[in-house]
Ligand binder design. Structure first.
Ligand SMILES: C[S@@+](CC[C@H](N)C(=O)[O-])C[C@H]1O[C@@H](n2cnc3c(N)ncnc32)[C@H](O)[C@@H]1O
Length: 201
């Protein structure tokens, strides 16, 4: 935990959250896919300092949780939200070492699963995913696409198509939709992402 946590705490300490490659002012695609899944409970895995939670609060989602390995990242979001932060459940945890104690209607993950390049980590993530969802829950995951970068935040990543992601998650998750996105970074470069939505069977 410590090395990974130190990496992310350091990243969020030295960079403003609008200066990281993954920054989005409005996470349009995630929002659209979450809206389609319905107005239930949502957990944002590795939500970091993302504005997704702000937007969901503004749309009256009233059962929101954000999990991240970095307390620094979550503190940024809490500060930004001010009094609204109390409406959100905040969890500091390594997704590979976390056992959910409840289930959510929507599990959202943008650019977190792709950091798990070793099988043991992927298996641990999928165990948490299974414990944190129930049949009928929706899972929205975005990773770097097969044409995306090989690294993110200086760390190697596993790139996926919707099909390879579906194969990795296994038969309990039925692929419903897939979308591609070319994300413009704050530095004027682009990154190809795969978005895939699954329904827990
Ligand atoms: C590339 S950033 C994406 C942040 C956010 N999802 C977004 O789209 O703006 C990856 C995030 O995952 C978090 N993270 C990385 N490894 C993690 C792990 N093992 N468990 C939980 N969070 C993790 C990082 O702290 C960081 O906030």
């Amino acid at each position: 935990m410590t090395d990974r946590r130190e990496h992310w705490d350091h990243t969020y300490t030295v960079k403003s959250d609008t200066a990281v490659s993954w920054y989005q002012d409005v996470p349009e695609r995630s929002l659209a896919l979450i809206r389609k899944a319905g107005k239930g409970s949502v957990i944002d895995i590795g939500g970091g300092a993302s504005r997704l939670v702000d937007r969901l609060l503004a749309e009256s989602y009233d059962d929101l949780t954000v999990l991240d390995i970095s307390d620094v990242a979550l503190s940024r979001s809490k500060e930004r939200l001010g009094a609204e932060a109390i409406k959100v459940g905040w969890i500091v945890a390594d997704i590979m070492r976390w056992t959910p104690e409840r289930q959510w209607d929507v599990w959202h993950d943008r650019a977190v699963f792709h950091f798990l390049t070793e099988e043991a980590g992927q298996i641990a993530y999928i165990a948490a995913l299974k414990a944190g969802t129930r049949p009928g829950s929706h899972v929205v995951i975005s990773t770097f696409a097969l044409t995306g970068p090989e690294k993110c935040s200086g760390l190697p990543v596993q790139r996926y198509s919707a099909e390879t992601l579906a194969a990795r998650l296994g038969r309990e998750f039925a692929l419903l939709t897939q979308e591609s996105e070319t994300h413009p970074t704050p530095f004027g470069t682009t990154q190809d992402f795969t978005y895939a939505v699954f329904r827990r069977i």
